[in-house]
Design a protein around this ligand. Structure first.
Ligand code: PMP
Length: 396
């Protein structure tokens, strides 16, 4: 009998020459457990997914409750299902008035695809604008928005009429014009290595979009659902999007995504012709039940109140000459090191010592720190001690 690791290498598509190959049998809270007594403290959360920790009891209970009722029926009009309807209502309660129409999908990339289609349909325009070092997903449309040429080169031709602006540069905003259907930006750029734009810039971007009638799409797939200390990151920038995308942390570990807009915009999918966007699994009732539980946990268990204090604790405990600085908004953090080589040595050594961290797609000198929001101060101290030990072993 081949091990899961052997089967994985033989039969699952490989996308990197250096897969980590960590075997995990069970995960609970901030910990993952291997088959031979290994225990890893998870500082990645599946790239911003497990915001409420692994297998939160309330998420598991919500899933189990829905399992006893039905799995998949059929979505969008034919059959009314309580889980997506209740989740849409709960999401609307977290958002500014008017931003209350939800289209459920199954992943982040799909949410971005839907948002682009909606913007084109509503405005009748074609141009989409994105940013350098942006990451919005892997499907052809979302890939077109990617802000790193190396990722796109071998897949051209991609979507026409996509242009990129320099992130956080006021002068570039003039390139948003009456031809522009949508400008899409991660409220906090994730794969760029946690790039937080200035409030000034985001407000100028909002104003420019309004001025020329382009829709502003905020991608909160990685930074939403409490990650930055507010339920939505955009709350900290004094702006409101026309379309919001979310996924990842939204499902508490289950696959789900959404794009959310105002009714007048979303209704453009209804006519000419009808069925402007279709999905089979979007808004799966089990995922929606898990998502509703997740949303309630974040809002009702005081998780948001502690995000900044926890981020500060990381910063205090990781004060070391080998760490050049920590960029963050809440618990979306990037610890900058001297070089990729140092970073890789520290990440590898920390894993052997039982702490799981990671790197970013478009930033090769920073360590990704995105623990479950449920992490305790004691667990933060433990994680930081181990990271410092790993650093001491590799940096003179
Ligand atoms: N947008 C952002 C900001 C992301 O971080 C990601 C995933 N890393 C995506 C979109 C794509 O999401 P998915 O992998 O679920 O398609």
């Amino acid at each position: 009998m081949l091990s899961a690791r052997q089967l994985f290498l033989q039969h699952q598509a490989q996308t990197t020459d250096f897969p980590l190959l960590l075997e995990v049998e069970r995960a609970e809270g901030v910990f993952m457990y291997g088959p031979n007594g290994e225990k890893y403290l998870d500082l990645i959360s599946g790239i911003g997914v497990s915001n409420v920790g692994h297998r939160h009891p309330k998420v598991i209970a919500a899933i189990q409750d829905q399992l006893d009722k039905y799995l998949h029926l059929m979505v969008y009009g034919e059959i009314v299902q309580a889980p997506p309807a209740q989740l849409a209502h709960a999401l609307a309660q977290t958002l500014p008035a008017g931003l209350d129409n939800v289209y459920f999908v199954s992943s982040g990339s799909e949410a971005v695809e839907g948002a682009m289609k909606l913007a084109k349909r509503f405005t009748g325009r074609t141009e989409i604008i994105a940013f350098d070092k942006a990451y919005h997903g892997s499907t052809q449309g979302a890939l077109s928005l990617n802000g790193a040429e190396s990722f796109k080169r071998s897949f051209r031709p991609l979507l026409p009429d996509v242009n990129h602006l320099q992130h956080n540069h006021h002068a570039d905003l003039e390139r948003i014009t009456r031809r522009t259907a949508a400008v899409i930006i991660e409220t906090v750029q994730g794969e760029a290595g946690v790039r937080v734009p200035s409030q000034d810039y985001m407000q100028a971007l909002r104003a420019r979009c309004t001025e020329v009638g382009a829709l502003l799409v905020l991608d909160e797939i990685q930074c939403g659902f409490g990650r930055t200390g507010t339920f939505w990151a955009f709350e900290q920038f004094g702006i409101v999007p026309d379309i919001l995308t979310c996924a990842k942390g939204m499902g508490g570990g289950m696959p789900i995504g959404a794009f959310i807009s105002r009714q007048e915009i979303m209704h453009s999918f209804k006519n000419d012709p009808m069925l402007g966007h279709i999905t089979t699994f979007g808004g799966h009732p089990v995922s929606c039940a898990a998502s509703l539980a997740t949303l309630k946990i974040i809002l009702e268990e005081g998780l948001l109140d502690q995000v900044n204090a926890k981020a500060e604790r990381f910063k205090q405990r990781l004060a070391h000459p080998a760490i050049k600085g920590i960029r963050n908004l809440g618990l979306m953090m990037a610890a900058e090191m001297e070089s990729f080589d140092v970073l890789k040595a520290v990440i590898d050594s920390a894993i052997l010592k039982g702490v799981l961290t990671d790197w970013f797609l478009f930033c090769d000198n920073s360590m990704r720190l995105a623990p479950p929001l449920t992490i305790t101060f004691e667990e933060i101290d433990l994680a930081c001690d181990i990271i410092l030990e790993a650093i001491e072993g590799h940096v003179r």
